[in-house]
Design a protein around this ligand. Structure first.
Ligand code: NAP
Length: 360
């Protein structure tokens, strides 16, 4: 595999920091440019993140002395020296849309963690194990943008990575409706315990926009490709409540689900155990060997014990049992800044590379 030169836009943020640790020893990708706002531009990376490096490992050596560039001002020169970019920025939606389209039009494929383009019909929103075929809309998007190689592909919100992967292998039983309550880590808000002291001994019952994303995004992921666009699936109905809890990393979900043809408990466990996707079949570098892990212990999965399973790229489940209102209930868990953010985007980039979308 050729080595691709990569830019990270939003490199100083919570997700950006994760990107750097994942790129440090990546076999296919090499970080070529680190970009952020004008506040960080011009500084060596270590200085730009001084006092806000949030990970429990040191800043990767390659990045420490790299000068942070301005995502707006330096776009043209960066576009000439990278093969694609990752984008994870905190900006109003319209500004993110404009920034991402600008890079795509400069012929740089953009792999985005942001929500701005998730419902643009010809922008694929992909969990690589679930809907890799949605990448098929990229030629139509390139036509709309007037580009030869530039395009935008996005990953979904972090909250739903704790339950959509577990519901997906059960779709053959006809999922009618699902209710989910998510218990979300503070890194999902770009925070640590020192920058969010109000979360200690507390639960915050509101995360702006999260419930709508958790209910609606699965319908695009399970949508179908028609005429160069993704048409949303009509079902299942999903209702969500999203809470912020005092956990550093790892989103937990309590899930309730009903089916048209109620499966046995063994059928559900077997569907989870057997499930594998394109990343496993292709042996992509960041793919977990097994995507879905079921814990038989009653007190698992737990964020602190289980979020780092398979490099934080696996999704875990536990406590599957019958329910008095729905057919079944269970618990899901995924690492929000790895599988749910930077790791999921790196895996998507690997899929795009393996399928030739980064080479044209
Ligand atoms: P964050 O820690 O607040 O970092 C925000 C980043 O955006 C910083 O690098 C910041 O640069 C950069 N930025 C702000 N204004 C900019 C501008 N005008 N031009 C270029 N860069 C600019 O946020 P985060 O948690 O990493 O989240 C970033 C994005 O990922 C958001 O859209 C979020 O919704 C999404 N996301 C986050 C998670 C998660 O678990 N955290 C999961 C999925 C998706 P400066 O340092 O220069 O200000």
């Amino acid at each position: 595999m050729k080595r691709y030169r990569v830019a990270v836009v939003g490199a100083t943020g919570m997700v950006g920091q994760r990107f750097l640790t994942l790129l440090e020893h990546h076999p296919w990708f090499k970080a070529e440019a680190l970009l952020a706002s004008g506040r960080s531009a011009g500084k060596p990376y270590r200085e730009a993140v001084e006092g806000r490096w949030a990970l429990d490992r040191p800043i990767p050596a390659f990045a420490r002395d790299m000068t942070v560039l301005d995502a707006d001002r330096d776009a043209g020169s960066v576009a000439e020296r990278v093969d694609f970019l990752f984008c994870a920025v905190n900006l109003p939606k319209e500004q993110i849309k404009a920034l991402e389209e600008r890079y795509a039009r400069l012929e740089v494929p953009v792999i985005s963690n942001n929500s701005a383009h998730r419902f643009t019909p010809d922008v694929p929103m992909v969990i690589p194990e679930i809907n890799p075929e949605h990448l098929g809309v990229i030629p139509a998007q390139r036509k709309r943008l007037g580009t030869r190689r530039g395009f935008i592909a996005v990953k979904s919100n972090c909250s739903l990575q704790s339950y959509v992967p577990l519901l997906h292998p059960l779709r053959s039983f006809g999922i009618e409706r699902a209710a989910v309550c998510t218990y979300q880590a503070i890194s999902g808000a770009g925070k640590t315990f020192s920058t969010m002291p109000g979360i200690l001994d507390n639960v915050i019952p509101y995360i702006g926009g999260e419930e709508e994303k958790s209910e609606r995004e699965p319908l695009k992921i399970w949508g179908t490709q028609q005429g160069g666009e993704i048409v949303l699936a009509a079902s299942p109905v999903i209702t969500a409540q999203c809470l912020r809890v005092p956990v550093s990393d790892g989103h937990t979900a309590a899930v309730f689900v009903s089916f048209e043809k109620k499966p046995s408990r063994e059928e559900i466990l077997s569907a989870w155990e057997k499930f594998e996707g394109e990343p496993q079949r292709l042996g992509l570098p960041s793919a977990p060997k097994r995507f879905l892990h079921y814990f038989t212990e009653d007190d698992r999965p737990q964020p602190r014990l289980d979020r780092d399973l398979e490099g934080g790229m696996a999704v875990s489940a536990g406590r599957l049992r019958e329910d008095a209102v729905f057919d079944y209930r269970f618990i899901g868990l995924s690492h929000n800044t790895l599988r749910g953010a930077a790791g999921g985007a790196v895996l998507l980039a690997e899929l795009l590379a393996a399928e030739g979308y980064l080479d044209q």
